[in-house]
Design a protein around this ligand. Structure first.
Ligand SMILES: [Fe+2]
Length: 411
């Protein structure tokens, strides 16, 4: 009878143990699953570690989780990176070390970092006798503790994950194995963030370098523009004003930032070929003879020759060559027609006409913006592109930046 009772008791005991084991495993599995989700959804190191700790402690009876990193300082510090849980006060002013000869290194975290192996405290109340450092955990009701190492695949060890439960014996072999797997996932997550970070840094550096190159290119073109105009004070600022008008037109036409940049640069040097035209012809205060006109007209081809070997990411040289071409073939130097002319050159043609008529010339005073607008209206769809002309009228009828651009002696 006694034997039967004993057997019976033993059977009940087995069931309880099995249930407890299953329960423990469920805690660990649920915590692991939630933490794995936190690993996937965070893209910053601090958020990732906090997310993992929060996920673990959302599963009872885990009431505290923290992650510390192994430092290589003289004190061999384990620095806290993230912590969460109802018993998080435990980590206030917590000093932990992985030094063997320091009292701060005698706890599970220190031992785990030193050995690179998991450390389990089944019942901190019982083991505090051997390791006084556990008394603090006892005072917080943290009965079982598990420390698992975090490796930077496959080595070296970079830190440690601590999980505390308010019941004794919360961690068995299977639970430890699960949390070791989680520690590996943390390591992978941290590395991915580092990789992404260095990739982002590289992209930022390249963008900054590209910006610097773009600024240098712009400044060089502007310097070329000023150098060329210094020979011809009557038209000083002409190219800059044409550039401003061109960009305003392109803006109205919905051009991309990149295309506007190319157009701006082309406009800034569209008359650069005038360096080859004698200064007395450029500044002549009367109408030019046919021969002089021929010399002036050569500036487009010369401008093309000056620019054609510069590897611009836009067809700058070709836009410069075509800025006096006209839709109906009445332009020069090649008498191109409609579709043969680059869109940028069509914008330059309208901007150049507005600027030339809107400002004074050595041989005549300024005709004014309204006369210039009448002129381009007459030429719309004849020699000038109708869409570009419409854009000019849209500007004039709107904020009208054209008059302000014309009024600026040096834009
Ligand atoms: Fe020109």
């Amino acid at each position: 009878m006694a034997l039967t009772t004993e057997l019976s008791h033993q059977g009940v005991g087995d069931d309880v143990d099995r249930r407890t084991e299953i329960e423990k495993l469920q805690w660990a599995l649920l915590a692991h699953r939630k933490a794995a989700r936190a690993l996937r959804t965070n893209d910053r190191k601090d958020q990732l570690l906090l997310g993992v700790c929060q996920s673990i402690v959302s599963q009872k009876p885990y009431e505290l989780a923290w992650v510390g990193f192994r430092e290589e300082d003289d004190s061999k510090t384990i620095s806290l990176q993230a912590q969460a849980g109802s018993k998080v006060d435990y980590t206030d002013h917590l000093e932990v070390s992985w030094a063997e000869d320091s009292p701060l290194g005698l706890g599970p975290a220190g031992a785990c970092v030193r050995t690179g192996k998991p450390v389990i405290i089944k019942d901190s109340a019982k083991e505090a006798v051997l390791a006084p450092v556990l008394e603090r955990a006892v005072s917080f009701g943290l009965q079982s503790i598990m420390a698992v190492p975090i490796f930077n695949d496959p080595r070296p060890l970079i830190g440690v994950l601590l999980v505390y439960a308010t019941v004794p014996n919360a961690f068995g072999k299977i639970e430890v194995a699960l949390f070791e797997g989680l520690a590996d996932d943390i390591s992978i997550g941290l590395r991915n963030i580092e990789r992404q970070q260095s990739l982002d840094d590289e992209i930022s550096k390249r963008e900054a370098a590209q910006q610097q190159l773009g600024d240098a290119l712009r400044a060089t073109i502007e310097a070329m523009s000023r150098t060329m105009e210094s020979r011809d004070p009557y038209t000083a600022g002409h190219q800059a004003r044409v550039a401003s008008i061109s960009v305003a037109l392109a803006e109205k036409l919905g051009w991309s930032q990149n295309d506007k940049e190319g157009l701006y640069l082309a406009a800034m040097v569209h008359d650069i070929g005038k360096v080859g035209v004698p200064a007395d012809i450029l500044t002549k205060p009367s109408v030019l003879t046919p021969l002089e006109m021929q010399l002036v007209q050569q500036h487009v081809e010369l401008g093309y020759q000056i620019l054609k070997d510069i590897p611009f990411p836009w067809p700058i040289a070709e836009m410069v060559r075509q800025h006096h071409e006209r839709l109906d073939g009445s332009g020069y130097p090649r008498k191109l027609k409609a579709d043969q002319i680059l869109q940028g050159a069509k914008v330059l043609a309208v901007a150049d006409t507005i600027e030339s008529m809107g400002t004074h010339r050595p041989y005549r005073p300024a005709l004014g913006l309204s006369v210039a607008l009448e002129q381009i209206k007459r030429e719309s769809d004849v020699s000038l592109d109708a869409e570009v002309v419409s854009a000019a009228f849209a500007l004039a009828e709107g904020d009208n930046p054209l008059q302000a651009i014309l009024d600026a002696r040096h834009v």
